[in-house]
Design a protein. Structure first.
Length: 387
């Protein structure tokens, strides 16, 4: 693939990345929007490096956000790495401030979130050059571009659906705590901020996690009927008949014990606007699904064994699988990890079973006196007993 330069209006990543993939191009993709610049380095169908001029995306800040390094040590280490003329990540690994595996996971997380975000850029400039910076001393990344592109498109569709439900960033919410039931610390924070009049834009910016995780938690609270937009608008007159048909289907799925199917159908209803019966059905299906999962998940507590992630990562492994893999390692129980996962309990359960089938997670035999190992979670959770 030859050098090109153009507007992101014409060269969106949905167009550019398949072209890079088809030729297994080697080079640097530079994306600029306003004052923000990002660089992605490709070789042989893989993303091998990433850079950004945004302070919040600096590796030191990312490591602090993920709980892998404290801020004072990160600042001192960065100065030392600059003096030694060694890439910051490599310096931290050499000095044993961060384990190599943790560093790779943090760099992949950083690159993945930046890459996904750029799929939503529809203004700015894109430029591809055949030159690559020297990556010899850097911590090596080898992320399959095929799976990154697939997950980025899925993430973009997710944001499109979110903005269909919440089109205005200045939207504020009413809070109905009586519908909250069980909620995580992150959900409680969103509820409290909503009660003080925080706008959607402010809520999306308030989490330590990526904006997509905050958006998923907001959607979950909305579907349960805990949050209602002040400028809410139910289904139009022409949609009411279809809504009733969908609700009938959801009730049938609940009666048949197919709770995950019921949840999926109710979500379609709630994309059209708040419907009290749909909120109630969602809560009912969610509770019954949790009870159905309870015994199975309880039997896994303390018995999960996590195999090292293969490098490069399998293309069948999604970004959400990686998120849950990390979260399981840092949670006291499997149930807690699935219940507090930003992807939602149903999707998290599916992801867990997928990783079990792939052999990335195994269940140890039930042995009396089994002592769970302690793990450090690369996404910001404190070390706790293995799930």
């Amino acid at each position: 693939m030859e050098h090109f330069k153009g507007s992101l209006t014409d060269y969106s990543l949905e167009v550019v990345i398949p072209a890079l993939l088809s030729r297994k191009a080697q080079g640097t993709l530079r994306l600029e929007r306003g004052a923000q610049i990002r660089y992605f380095f490709f070789r042989g169908g893989f993303l091998v490096g990433e850079g950004s001029n945004t302070p919040s995306e600096h590796l030191g800040q990312v490591l602090v956000d993920l709980g892998l390094l404290d801020a004072p040590r990160a600042a001192l280490a960065f100065e030392a790495a600059e003096l030694a003329k060694i890439p910051f990540g490599s310096f931290l690994v050499r000095q044993q401030f961060v384990e190599l595996q943790r560093m790779v996971e943090a760099l992949e997380h950083k690159a993945r979130e930046a890459f996904f975000d750029c799929y939503n850029w529809d203004t700015g400039e894109a430029e591809f050059t055949l030159q690559l910076p020297s990556l010899e001393q850097a911590v090596e990344l080898k992320m399959p571009l095929t799976s990154l592109h697939r997950d980025a498109l899925a993430r973009k569709r997710e944001w499109k659906m979110f903005r269909t439900i919440f089109p205005a960033m200045d939207t504020t919410f009413r809070v109905f705590r009586e519908h909250a039931g069980r909620f995580s610390e992150e959900e409680l924070t969103l509820m409290k901020r909503s009660e003080t009049g925080a706008t959607l834009a402010e809520l999306l910016a308030c989490g330590r996690e990526s904006r997509i995780f905050v958006a998923r938690r907001l959607l979950h609270l909305y579907r349960r009927g805990v949050l209602a937009p002040h400028r809410d608008q139910g289904p139009s007159h022409g949609e009411l008949l279809q809504v009733e048909e969908l609700l009938d289907a959801a009730r049938s799925f609940v009666d048949a014990g197919k709770y995950d199917h019921a949840i999926a159908v109710v979500e379609q209803v709630l994309e059209r606007g708040p419907v009290p019966e749909a909120h109630a059905l969602y809560r009912e299906a969610e509770v019954k699904l949790a009870l159905a999962l309870c015994d199975e998940l309880f039997s896994m507590d303390g018995r999960l064994i996590f195999e090292p992630l293969p490098r490069p990562l399998p293309s069948s492994l999604t970004a959400d699988d990686l998120y849950l893999y990390s979260k399981l390692r840092g949670s006291a129980t499997v149930r807690q990890a699935l219940r507090t996962a930003a992807m939602g309990e149903t999707a998290a359960a599916r992801s867990l079973h997928r990783m079990l089938a792939m052999g990335l997670i195994r269940i140890a035999p039930s042995v009396e006196g089994f002592e769970p190992e302690r793990k450090t979670d690369p996404y910001g959770f404190q070390p706790q007993v293995r799930a």
